[in-house]
Design a binder for this molecule. Structure first.
Ligand code: NAP
Length: 297
């Protein structure tokens, strides 16, 4: 197979790419910045350069696509990619989506429209409906390092964050077998935790007490792109109201093993929460703030 990985310089896409390399494949990565891709993967990938607005020029010889699109208008890019894939004879498209397609919260409606566009195109698909990523917690590093505190508007509400490595493993299974064609895989971490509980677990990983402080939606609201800030506030409110505490056995169903725990993720990324130093996670990525929480998508 030749697989094209979009979002290959990002959180999940880079792990998908690395796993394909580890299997002995030489995947194609679709990137805007070839140097970034070369720095990450050396010559173990074929680099195709372009913008997600139009991937049609990158599809020669491609049988599978890992598709990652973001933002309120992601439907436009999902549809264009699906139609281009169909025309180029691509066999299968695996879309990173969100569990919130079913709750209608946050970015759920954006991805629901994207999924609909893929279904309409007639291309064979798998949707990965993931819960929120454990790596989102890297955005807490600043106040944890500086003040030993995590502030959110989520109250005692719980959510089952998932390790990005689990998402990548599920994606690679969907890309490299036909076992999940036509399915929407709803995957979460193993346990729903409150933000206070996650703060304690990070504290345990770094040997420090981390306090949790409840703040208002207004105070929590990020200071960037309005649609994305609205989506985040919507998610945090839904968590507070106990509407996003879903735990599924999706990872186990697909991979035959339990998903990685938040404690494990906190241990791997402890360096990001200490006053100095960084750590390299056992799953092959150094800790860095998730772009998804540092700039609008
Ligand atoms: N964070 C969560 O909790 C969560 C939960 C469920 C679903 N999701 C979904 O997961 C996806 C985000 O995944 P992620 O965190 O792995 O992404 P990420 O780390 O933010 O990376 C985004 C990737 O897309 C690339 N990219 C962005 N715009 C592009 C463009 N116009 N043309 C070409 N490449 C472009 C970026 O390339 P550059 O390196 O050039 O910027 C980067 O490789 C979104 O669809 C989001 O809705 C997120």
């Amino acid at each position: 197979m030749t697989c094209l990985v979009t979002g290959a310089t990002g959180n999940v896409g880079s792990l998908v790419t690395q796993r394909l390399i580890d299997r002995g494949d030489r995947p194609c990565v679709f990137v805007r910045d070839p140097k970034k891709a070369r720095d990450l993967f050396g010559d173990r990938v074929e680099i195709r350069v372009g913008d997600l607005a139009d991937i049609s020029s990158a599809l020669s010889g491609i049988r599978e696509i890992f598709l990652l699109n973001s933002g309120p208008d992601l439907e436009v890019r999902d549809r264009a990619a699906a139609l281009a894939a169909k025309a180029a004879g691509v066999r299968h498209l695996v879309k990173l989506s969100t569990l919130d397609v079913s709750t209608g919260v946050g970015t759920g409606p954006w991805h629901a429209r994207g999924e609909h566009a893929l279904r309409e195109s007639g291309v064979r698909f798998t949707f990965i409906r993931s819960s929120a990523f454990m790596s989102n917690a890297l955005s807490w590093a600043h106040t944890i390092k500086r003040e030993g505190v995590l502030r959110t508007s989520t109250g005692n509400g719980k959510i089952a964050f998932i390790h990005p490595a689990d998402i990548a493993d599920v994606a690679v299974k969907a890309l490299t077998t036909r076992a999940h064609d036509g399915e929407a895989l709803v995957i979460t971490g193993p346990q729903a935790l409150s933000y206070g509980e996650m703060a304690s677990r990070i504290g345990a990983a770094i040997g420090k007490t981390i306090r949790f402080e409840q703040i208002s939606d207004d105070d929590a609201r990020p200071n960037f792109d309005r649609a994305y800030a609205d989506a985040l506030v919507d998610i945090w409110r839904a968590i507070r109201e106990g509407r996003l505490a879903t735990v599924t056995d999706g990872v186990e169903q697909v991979l035959g093993r339990r998903p990685v725990t938040f404690d494990q993720w906190a241990e791997e990324n402890a360096g990001a929460f200490r006053r100095s130093g960084t750590t390299r996670g056992k799953r092959g990525r150094s800790a860095r703030p998730p772009p998804s929480l540092t700039r609008p998508k």
